[in-house]
Design a protein around this ligand. Structure first.
Ligand code: PA5
Length: 449
């Protein structure tokens, strides 16, 4: 199998000669800190060797549970948010048919997502859709107490019991949560739901290669063995024993930190395949939550090209020169579609006759690269040979490893997220949650000012 490829020259050219080489000792020290568990947040390094050490029995259990859910359900709702949501959605959308949700596919359940917002209309419309359908729920929450997920699960569980009866509901509700703590664990144990454990030492945004991501992905019908194999191969390719010159995660981490030090404060992750939209979303959380702290951190933004060239293209080409872009490019598309001849040629597109649509897309990609580099935007390219489970496993692990290294280089703890608690405290105070009486008065006063 071919590994993903990193092309850095169109970004490194924005730095002084020798910059990349100068980062090597710091990068190797960061890798050693990861490997030896001496970095900040070292109680959350369980993801580091997960792909190569994943228990075969757990893989089997995941596949069997997925098979049972698929047998009993036409629709599976995955309830979860942030790290308990984005990875599964990213892989499922990247591997799926773009219009799969419109098609009756006997071998695949419709995969839906909830618990990632508090939209009343969203939840009401979801419940309406599920009424009368054979649906099941995967409740994913490490803490088991996240409001968005718990709220959605409360509604879904009640509906599932009403629609399918208590006995079937207990078979088609599965929990992925902490081994001992949290409401999701207690509820799963009390109700006898099948459950999977999120390891203590794997944080939410690094958890896609645990049951958090693997169960929904297997339910959707995709090859979790190939996904894990891709990740395991990338684990090898990015190990601390691989020389800096050949190590894609080390070089990506070094380059983005060098660009940041040179004033490039925003990184835009770019795809040229609509199916990668949620991969962008997953990446934004991974890097945003890992690096944005202590008043530091590259701001991770994301765009879908060529769509967003018609909305964000102007800003990227000529706005403040504080950005660089990282393009995830898929070398070979799965289908072949050629531009047909048209006698009238009113659109003037006959010059494209016979060309593959993907060739047009690739020329858009290369044309954009040159335009952006000319406009002062450093351009990193990550080339995936194809959009398959193996390649996505590589991409996921590559980004995770590089993120760990990059956060350490930046001088932050890449594995905590203290900032995400601030809004929750205020929301609970405003909702008069017991225990928040003092905060409740204070926040109302502040809102009235
Ligand atoms: O990365 C994180 O830790 C967060 O994004 C969490 O994954 C998210 O808040 C969901 O938390 P939980 O799985 O506890 O419901």
């Amino acid at each position: 199998m071919k590994n993903l490829r990193l092309e850095l020259n169109k970004a490194a050219q924005f730095l002084a000669d020798g910059t990349m080489e100068a980062w090597a000792p710091k990068v190797k020290a960061a890798q050693a800190a990861l490997e030896n568990g001496t970095c900040p947040g070292n109680d959350f390094l369980g993801w580091l060797h997960l792909p190569s050490a994943f228990p075969a029995s757990l893989m089997e259990d995941l596949k069997q549970t997925a098979a049972q859910l698929r047998e009993l359900c036409d629709v599976i709702v995955v309830a979860g948010i942030g790290g308990s949501y984005l990875g599964a959605r990213a892989v499922i959308e990247a591997l799926g048919n773009s219009f799969g949700w419109l098609m009756a596919e006997s071998h695949r359940p419709v995969m839906l997502f909830a618990g990632n917002n508090i939209g009343e209309d969203y939840l009401a419309e979801l419940c309406d859709y599920l009424k009368g359908r054979r649906f099941g729920v995967i409740n994913v929450s490490k803490s088991g107490t996240t409001t968005e997920t718990a709220l959605a699960f409360r509604l879904l569980r009640r509906l599932c019991e009403e629609e399918r009866g208590l006995d079937v509901a207990r078979k088609v509700i599965v929990a992925v949560t902490d081994a001992h703590r949290g409401a999701a664990r207690t509820q799963a144990d009390q109700e006898g739901y099948k459950s999977f454990i999120i390891p203590d030492n794997v944080g939410g945004r690094f958890s896609v290669l645990t049951p958090v991501g693997l169960l929904p992905i297997a339910c959707a019908g995709y090859d979790i063995d190939a996904l894990m194999q891709g990740a395991a191969d990338m684990e090898k390719a990015t190990g601390s024993d691989v020389p800096y010159e050949e190590n894609p995660a080390e070089r990506y981490a070094a380059l983005r930190n060098a660009l940041y030090a040179a004033g490039k404060k925003i990184e835009i992750l770019v795809n040229f395949q609509p199916k990668l939209h949620y991969m962008n979303e997953w990446w934004k959380q991974l890097y945003g939550e890992s690096e944005g702290k202590d008043g530091k951190g590259i701001f991770p933004a994301a765009v879908d090209f060529t769509t967003d060239l018609h909305s964000m293209g102007q800003w990227i080409q000529e706005g403040e020169r504080t950005i660089f872009e990282t393009v995830v490019s898929v070398e070979t598309s799965a289908h072949t579609l050629r531009v047909p001849h048209d006698d009238a040629n009113l659109d003037g597109l006959n010059f494209l006759e016979g060309k593959r649509v993907d060739e047009v897309n690739k020329m858009a990609e290369l044309g954009t690269q040159v335009a952006h580099v000319d406009g002062g935007v450093p351009n990193i390219r990550i080339v995936l040979p194809r959009l398959d489970a193996y390649g996505l496993g590589q991409l996921i692990y590559f980004f995770e490893r590089a993120c760990g290294i990059s956060g350490i280089l930046l001088g932050v703890n890449p594995f905590n997220q203290p900032g995400v608690e601030a809004y929750k405290k205020n929301m609970f105070a405003l909702l008069d949650k017991p225990g928040y009486e003092a905060e409740s008065k204070a926040i109302r006063e502040r809102l009235a000012r």
